[in-house]
Design a protein around this ligand. Structure first.
Ligand SMILES: O=C(O)CCC(=O)C(=O)O
Ligand SMILES: [Fe+2]
Length: 417
């Protein structure tokens, strides 16, 4: 008997250790699951904390996609696969369903833009095919890249991955504090922006100091470091070949979520109440880079966003002003080429504007320009997709959705079903 126990002891020990490890894993998993469930409950119960929690929640889901995929699915509109495809050479956005539709709709338009020979047309069509196929694999690639980067990228400045108040210009803190006051009005906020180094315009484009120069410099160095990191990177959009997605890089989570949740959303809500709906509840963030011989400018476009914040990260460049156009917001009207506002960038300063406002970036003449772009979204306003201007036809994606949520069925609809 004693001998038998002696033999069994090591087996028993190994067996108990395995059970112990299993229990630990289960407990840890439950902790993270409970945390998420708690956050979901908060969304429903605490109207006051709504926005902050929704934003956090979305990104917890994104970064822990494998565990949490069922908690909050992400969606894009199916127009992502067919519309707003940019042909850089002819500076034109096109729609592509198939070769015949494309030829009927765009051959003549392209001819007028200088695409006259068969070879040139074939080349343009090839660009479109390439973009469509990139878009088809975009979200899967994004997820693979995101997971790889989380595991292998060594941060240059680990400190800037979490927002600190000291990163923010003190005048911005004053502006945000004004926006947060329950008694605040748009007029009082505009006056506060004016008195704190900002600029306001009649076209509802607003400039204000946001980041300190120290943060700007660290961000640029971090971006350059990341650019040199050998991994696949999806580009933020067709128009920008050298942009870096901060969401894929992982910088959004600790730096930008608090920036939006604690500051920007209050300013956006006050300046653009008609575009912020119930809340700013998701966003897409990226850095654009312009340099001679690479991307030098950005053609006229509107953003896939309700409110955009565009923060300039450096000053060593010439040209590159932002231009805003008068025919904005009304898609049925032809987009006139008349600009009614030109705005220069200034290091650390952000320009806030309505995402649907047509705008462009003029060519840079010298130097390199870096800007951090935050496309802020509100799911309730997104009942109309900004890209196709129709009720979104939702397609579920594993990560990096465009901020849509399915519209809940009304009682009568349920009843009919
Ligand atoms: O480069 C800029 O300042 C504008 C960028 C922009 O409009 C965009 O990326 O949507
Ligand atoms: Fe834009």
């Amino acid at each position: 008997m004693e001998h038998l126990l002696e033999c069994l002891a090591p087996i028993l020990f190994i067996w108990l250790s395995v059970i112990g490890v299993c229990i630990c894993i289960c407990v840890n998993n439950n902790v993270s699951k409970r945390k998420i469930v708690f956050k979901c409950n908060c969304i429903n119960l605490l109207g006051k904390n709504h926005i902050k929690i929704v934003v956090e929640h979305k990104f917890v889901v994104s970064s822990r996609y494998i565990i949490m995929s069922k908690v909050q699915p992400e969606y894009i509109c199916s127009c992502f696969f067919t519309q707003n495809i940019f042909i850089k050479k002819y500076k034109i956005h096109v729609k592509y369903i198939n070769d015949d539709q494309f030829e009927n709709e765009f051959r003549q338009v392209l001819r007028m833009k200088g695409c006259s020979t068969t070879n040139q047309y074939e080349e343009a069509l090839y660009e479109v095919h390439k973009e469509v196929s990139l878009r088809k694999s975009y979200h899967k690639k994004f997820l693979d890249n995101y997971l790889y980067i989380q595991r292998h990228y060594t941060k240059l400045y680990p400190d800037i991955w979490t927002l600190r108040q000291t990163f923010l210009d003190s005048r911005f803190l004053t502006i945000a504090a004004e926006a947060k006051k329950p008694t605040q009005t748009k007029e009082s906020l505009l006056s506060c922006i004016m008195h704190n180094g900002g600029d306001i315009t009649e076209c509802e484009v607003y400039k204000m100091p946001i980041f300190t120069t120290e943060l700007c410099l660290m961000l640029i160095n971090e971006i350059q470091n990341f650019n040199n990191f050998p991994c696949e990177k999806t580009r933020p959009n067709t128009m920008n070949k050298y942009g870096i997605s901060l969401d894929e890089m992982g910088l959004s989570q600790g730096l930008l979520i608090p920036l939006i949740a604690d500051y920007l959303q209050f300013i956006a809500k006050c300046l653009f109440p008609q575009w912020t709906g119930h809340a700013i509840d998701s966003f897409k963030a990226f850095v654009v880079k312009y340099e001679s011989d690479l991307d030098t400018e950005l053609s006229k476009h509107f953003d896939n966003a309700e409110v955009t914040m565009n923060i300039s990260l450096n000053s060593k460049f010439e040209g590159g002003d932002l231009q805003f156009y008068s025919s904005s917001l009304n898609r049925s009207v032809d987009i006139s080429h008349e600009s009614n506002l030109q705005m220069s960038h200034k290091e650390g300063y952000g320009v806030m504007h309505c995402g649907r406002q047509y705008h462009s970036a003029l060519p840079i003449i010298a130097g390199i320009r870096y800007n951090l772009i935050i496309w802020m979204r509100s799911s309730t306003v997104r009942n109309i997709c900004p890209m196709c201007n129709q009720t979104p036809d939702l397609v579920q994606v594993p990560i990096a959705g465009d901020g849509f949520i399915p519209i809940p069925k009304t009682r009568s609809q349920c009843h009919l079903l």
